[in-house]
Write a protein that binds this ligand. Sequence first.
Ligand code: BTN
Length: 336
Amino acid sequence: MAREARKSTSESVALDQVQQDLLLMLKQTESYLSGEQLGVRLSLSRTAVWKRIQRLRGWGYQVEGSSRRGYRLHPGQDLLLPAEISRDLIALRLRGPVRHFVTVPSTNDAAKDWARQGCPEGAVLVAETQSAGRGRLGRVWESPPGTGIYLSIVLRPPLPPLELPKLTLTAAVAVAAAIKGATGIRVGIKWPNDLIFGGKKMGGILTEMETESDRMSHVILGVGLNINTSTFPEHLATTATSLAGPGQSYSRLAIFRAFLKEMDVFYDRFLRQEFPAILDLWRQAAVTLGRPVRVERGDLVITGLAVDVAPDGALLVEKPGGEIEKILSGEIHEAS
Ligand code: BTN
């Protein structure tokens, strides 16, 4: 988050259908399955099963093997598998499909490619880790494997680009609602869309769009959440946090599914012109309002009191002389 975004240095790795099925079988069994049992179910020889498992292990999946009993997943692994993410999800607008990566440079970049190729609205990309995850203002988004949620959704709102900030605020409300629903924890929102827990940042949203004449042709809604991340690089130690504290863990799958559900509902409301009501929910979760702030935008620094958000999603800062400054972008810091 405080360093400049890295260039894409590594390739994408995606699980094929057999690898996904294999992991799903092991996960659902919660016990050992022999190479023969797996082979029969997957129409593979025992050697082919073994080879696939070796490959999964190479990517960090912890599959235990015993010559007598077969294979099982190391207990407590919180996998994000497409079949489980999308199982029985009833959606108004966002219905997948879900693409899963073991690793990808950035789900937002992969989503952009997919959107340009014509994927449907509601297509979801998820990665266990990103090698070049990006945050706002050109920063790096640290994406350690298996502990966070790194996802992008392709949206195609039939609206002008000026509506994008409202959509970003809407997504922050959906994330907060999902976390509350799945874990009971109330996270705060720092303008425009940082998710705050215990005074530190536990998540963020990066929306990127492409336009066609005066309309958004697609929006990539990227969400990064630190769920069970226990260590952060030194430069983030005082500013970043994770939802789970020491000795705790939350189900990434439950939070992911809750987010897809909430985002679907809030996106539908957004398209039905209900942003004023969504903005009220944003205000209720806001940690920025009523506080003295310092806004940095390039070389420009503005200090004052964050008094409200405007109907278009801009932050309203009252300067010492009483003048109200409308902030459309920038980095907000608490001022004393
Ligand atoms: C922020 O700076 O607060 C926004 C962080 C957004 C990170 C997410 S992780 C999934 C998606 N892919 C990216 O490269 N970035 C977003």
